[in-house]
Design a protein around this ligand. Sequence first.
Ligand code: SF4
Length: 394
Amino acid sequence: MKNRLKVDIYDKFVCIADRCSFSCCEGWDILVDTDTYQKWANSDASSYLCDNVRSRRVKKDTGYYMKLERGKHCPFLREDNLCNMVVTQGEECLPKTCREFPRLIHRKDECTEYSLSCACPVVIDLLKENAGLLQFTYEGDEDRGKGETLSGKLRDTMLFLLQHQSYTLRDRLLLIFQLLLTVREYADEDHTGDMLTVKLAKVIEDYKEEEICSEIISLWSKVPFDTMDTLLERNELFLDIIQNYKTEKSYQGNLKAIDQYTQNLEAEQLPPKFDRFVDKMRDYEQLLVNFLVTKVFAYCIQEELEALIMSYQMIVTEYVMVLHATYLRQRIREDADKKKEIQRDSQVLYQELKEDMVLFSRIIGYNIAGMKEFWEDSFDEPVWEIGYLLLLLS
Ligand code: SF4
């Protein structure tokens, strides 16, 4: 029997096409799979599509990508936000990326897994509308050997911790990272590499014990950190990450105002309104957890431990950047509203949060090589120390 594991919101997704506020046809490279490229090239009716494709050699292989217009959008994206290829040739002619996005499908531990990318605004709406914790449905053989590999077991425990409501979200994120670092240490000592040994399985299971986790959390509570240090670090990271995107037309509208505001802000001006922001964000904690759960499920799947840790670091970086950008965006809006004496409802905060979730999923989530290089330059090695995460999340 075919084994399938699916996030429950998967079948609810419907693309809103021309009504989309942040179309996936702009702002990033659009891959044309070789099969589609050959199909276009071999048909008189569609060979003209190849004129809009550029090729890039990666080692021995050739990759095909859409030639993006100025403003980095697909040449087939029309002014009314519809796809000209679909309108003239029908959906069947689309490259695999366009047909599937934001659906993510991969094979793991003899099972096909289905999830959705948070780089699409409709997915964020689905995560928000989902009542309570995100659920997954499994169909298939009962003895599929769920979580029998090191990475399978690790991801199960990561998802368990993320949805564990006895701990704060900050502590859940720290516990997961501590788990990954501990497993790496044990695997190095045992020279087991990426193998799941009895000892490693026990270490991973231990993180499901509240007594053990509470003890670890109590150690962190003794570490002195202040909000100013955290905000300064987040701000520096934010400026570094948006450096290459703030001038791109498709991101400018979202980033330009925040960037200018941040450049003019003195360090001591960062914290005053932060506590109030943290309070307001409590209403969105379930959405933030669902955002993180979807990403861990979809991206923390590598068999190689270091690669899995880096995927997790990318996810936490996205989360921290979403919080920081939304905080700054809210301050800009509040300052402007105050001048005009306008009062707005909380829906505005959700729209800003949604935009930042999509934005940073696109900027960071699809740039593993760039982020790895950035961490190597910053810390000499790509894997963080726990102290850095404490600083980012405190
Ligand atoms: S981002 Fe999502 S909703 Fe918007 S056009 Fe792409 S798939 Fe459709």
